[in-house]
Design a protein around this ligand. Structure first.
Ligand code: NDP
Length: 317
């Protein structure tokens, strides 16, 4: 039987390459969940994802209505859901003023965390019905979530604080989860801490009762992706060179996509609650290992509190 995986944000970068790696096996049908359908179709064709091995369905993670509609549209296909990959993200390091989602939340946290949080909660029901022996839910993390690691030391550091901004309802004038001043780079890093906390809380709440494997990964520094498109042009030019020749952290989009595909499909990754990494300094044939997450991302009380507040913000509670 062919399995079905939903991957968010497959119009470029890591998600596109993960879609390709899974579709190519012939064992997976990939549902590409994207906000720009024609861009995604062109991208799928340009990297040679076999026709018939994928379906594109509209999803704008910034909009909670769109997330709900996506789930309805997916269910209407009649497919069973065997894996879900939360991959899409935005990073807007240069903006001075916050941008807002249709629901009135700061855009990067709304897209990267709240949209995925609602999607995971709704699609948990679909994953529970999967007849696959190892249904999985994978959320992309990043080294910058962790100030204990070299790649995470550069300020501003992520810090959800005591979740004041979320507690206050996270609408203007609140722009940051900790309730402090708007800082777009920190907003991205905070959202990635939320991604790891969400994965761990999903594991704590649902792994035993459902058998679903929940995991996260740092795919390596994929310095060429469109994630950096809103950065200075000079940064976009120098960052891949710096990562290739100085830090040794550089990973191609194709390699990163394969890593995601492994975490989705390879029996070796069937351990729930784990955060996988291939390290910062990439070695040829380097092996993956379970990486310790940051102090904040391993705080179980915070994970629970974040869950409760996020559920309120997306209308689940
Ligand atoms: P890209 O910018 O190439 O891909 C991001 C994808 O997300 C695109 O398909 C984009 O679609 C989609 N997306 C953005 N906003 C929305 C939205 N509102 N609704 C639906 N889809 C949306 O970046 P990467 O491939 O680099 O990033 C993928 C993941 O990998 C992210 O979670 C990132 O945090 C993580 N990561 C990346 C690293 C890197 O070095 N690049 C390192 C560590 C982790 P569109 O084309 O429409 O904008």
């Amino acid at each position: 039987r062919q399995s079905t995986v939903v991957i968010t944000g497959t119009s470029s970068g890591v998600g596109l390459q993960a879609a390709k790696a899974l579709a190519q096996t012939g064992q997976w049908h990939v549902v590409m969940a994207c906000r720009n359908l024609s861009k995604t179709e062109e991208a799928a064709q340009s990297v040679g994802i076999p026709k018939g091995s994928y379906t594109i369905i509209h999803l704008d993670l910034a909009s909670l209505d769109s997330v709900r509609q996506f789930v309805k549209d997916f269910r209407a296909t009649g497919r069973s859901l065997d894996a879900l990959v939360c991959n899409a993200a935005i990073y807007m390091p240069l903006i001075k003023e916050p941008l807002w989602s249709p629901d009135g939340y700061e855009l990067s946290v709304a897209t990267n965390h709240l949209g995925h949080f609602l999607l995971c909660n709704l699609m948990l029901e679909d994953l529970k019905k999967s007849s696959a022996s190892e249904p999985r839910l994978v959320i992309l993390g990043t080294v910058t979530h962790n100030p204990n690691e070299l790649g995470g030391k550069i300020p501003p550091r992520p810090d959800l604080g005591d979740l004041k901004g979320f507690e206050a309802g996270f609408k203007a004038p609140y722009t940051m989860i900790d309730g402090k001043k708007f800082e777009p780079v920190k907003a991205y890093k905070d959202s990635k801490v939320c991604n790891v906390l969400t994965m761990r809380e999903l594991h704590r709440r649902y792994h035993e009762s459902t058998g679903i494997t929940f995991s996260s990964l740092y795919p390596g520094c994929v310095a060429t992706t469109a994630l950096f498109r809103d950065h200075y042009p000079l940064f976009q030019k120098l960052f891949p060179i710096f990562q290739k020749y100085i830090t040794g952290g550089f990973v191609s989009e194709e390699e990163a996509g394969k890593r995601v595909a492994e975490v989705v499909a390879d029996p070796a990754y069937n351990q729930s609650g784990m955060y996988w990494s291939w390290g910062n300094r990439q070695k040829k044939n380097g092996k993956s290992f379970v990486q310790t997450v940051s102090n904040e991302a391993s705080d179980d009380d915070k994970a629970e509190r974040l869950w409760e507040l996020s559920a309120k913000l997306v209308g689940l509670a």
